[in-house]
Design a protein around this ligand. Sequence first.
Ligand SMILES: NC(=O)c1ccc[n+]([C@@H]2O[C@H](COP(=O)([O-])OP(=O)(O)OC[C@H]3O[C@@H](n4cnc5c(N)ncnc54)[C@H](O)[C@@H]3O)[C@@H](O)[C@H]2O)c1
Length: 436
Amino acid sequence: MRIGVIGTGYVGLVVGACLAETGNHVVCADIDKSKIKLLERGQSPIYEPGLEPLLKRNLSEKRLSFTTNVGKCIENAKIIFIAVGTPPDENGSADLKHVLSVADTIGEHLNGEKIIITKSTVPVGTALKVREEIERHSSQTFHICSNPEFLKEGDAIDDFMKPDRIVIGIESEKVKPTLEELFHPFVRSGNPLIFMDIASAEITKYAANAMLAVRISFMNQVAALCEATGANVDLVRSGIGSDSRIGPAFLHAGSGYGGSCFPKDVRALIKTGNELGIDMSIPRSAQEWNDIQKEILVEKLKKELGENLSGLRIAIWGLSFKPGTDDIREASSLAVIPRLLECGAKVFAHDPKAIDAARQVLPSDVHYVTDEYSACDKADALLILTEWQQYRRPDLDRIKQLLKQPLIIDGRNLFNTDKMKKRGFIYISIGRKDTR
Ligand SMILES: NC(=O)c1ccc[n+]([C@@H]2O[C@H](COP(=O)([O-])OP(=O)(O)OC[C@H]3O[C@@H](n4cnc5c(N)ncnc54)[C@H](O)[C@@H]3O)[C@@H](O)[C@H]2O)c1
C-alpha cells in the first residue's frame, strides 16, 4: 500500500519504518529540514533502540523515503497518518495547531479518495475538526479514522510490531477491509484489532495514559505512607502486584512520572473534563501528587546536607525521563537540577544518551560528564534519577571512594537497602527505610 506519514518524531518515524518493514511503500514528511536531511542519509535524529537499522534497511530497499514536501507526500499516498506533535498549550489543553495545519495541507492536496488516520494523541472531537478543515478546501471523498498509538519510547519498535492491541476509530465500515489488511502483520498472534467509533478511540488513549499515571501516583502516595510507618514499598508492591486483579505493571514508586505523554495527556484529559462540566478529580490528584513527587529528592537531599547547598558538588545519574531514550521532556532531571542550582549546588550530570538534549534546555552552568564515575568524583552526594541498565550494578566500592561522603539518594530504588548499609552508604530511597 502507498502510505504517507506526516511528522517524523518518535511516533511518526516508528510508524513509517515499521509499515515499510512489512512491505508497504512509505513516504515520511516533516517540515523540519535538518531532520529530513539526516533521515535521508539513514541517520535517526532520535535515540530509539533498533530504529536506525530499520530505517537504513528500508531506505536501501526503497520502501521508505523522506521529504519536506508534505503536499506531494499527501498526493502520492492512499493512506495518510497524521503523527505531528500535540504539545500542551498555556491552559493545559492539547495544542492542535500542528494537527490542523496538516489537515489544511491535506485539504489543499487531496487528489482522490483517501483514508486519513490521526495517530497523534488528540482530545475527543478532534477528528471532526480535522474533517471540517479538509472540507474547507476539498469536496473529494475521504475517510477519517483515529488510531491512537500506545508505543513506549525505549521499546517502541517492539511495541509497534507486537502491540497488545490496535485501536481504530472509524466513521464508515467501508475502510475496515483496507485497515485490516494494513494492520494484519501486527496482529497475527491473536492480539485484537479493536474497531470502535472515533470518539471512543480518542478517549481510549487518554484513559489509558491517565490510568497508568494514576497507578504511579497512587504507589508514590503509598510510598509516603511506608516512609512514615517504617514499611517497605517494594514489599507492598509485590504483595499487591501478584493479585491478578491488579497486576505488577506501573507500580514502582519513584521520583515521579515524566515524558512527552503522561503529564501532558493527564492535563489535557482534566481540561476536556472541565470543558464538559466533569470534574476529573482522580487524574487531577495523580497530577498534583506527581508535582510533589518530583520535588521529593531535593527535599531528601536538603534534609541530609542543609538548606544551603552553596559550593556543594552533586552528581546526577540520569537525565532522560526513562531508560532507553534520549527524550527529556518533563523528566525528573528538569525539575531537580534547576532546584539544586538555585540552592547553590554545582551539578555534574551523566546520561548515556540524553546529554545533547539536556544541554538545550537546562541552565548552562550544569557540567556534563561522559562516564558516570567521573560525575561522583569529590561529590557530596549522588542522586539517581533514571534507571538506566548501567546504573543497576555499578562498582559501589569505586563510587564510595570517589564521593566525599557516601551519600546516595536514589529516586528509582535500584539497590537493596540492607546491602547498602553493609557497604557503609547513607542510602536514601523512596518508600523504604533510610540506612546509614
Ligand atoms: N512520544 C511518544 O512516546 C508517544 C507515544 C504515543 C503517542 N504519542 C503522540 O504522538 C504525537 C507525536 O508525538 P512525538 O513524540 O512523535 O512528537 P515529536 O515532537 O517527536 O515529533 C513531531 C514531529 O512533527 C513535525 N511537524 C510539526 N508540524 C508539522 C507539519 N505541519 N507538517 C509536517 N511535520 C510537522 C515536527 O517537526 C516533529 O518532527 C503526539 O500527539 C504524542 O502525544 C507520542
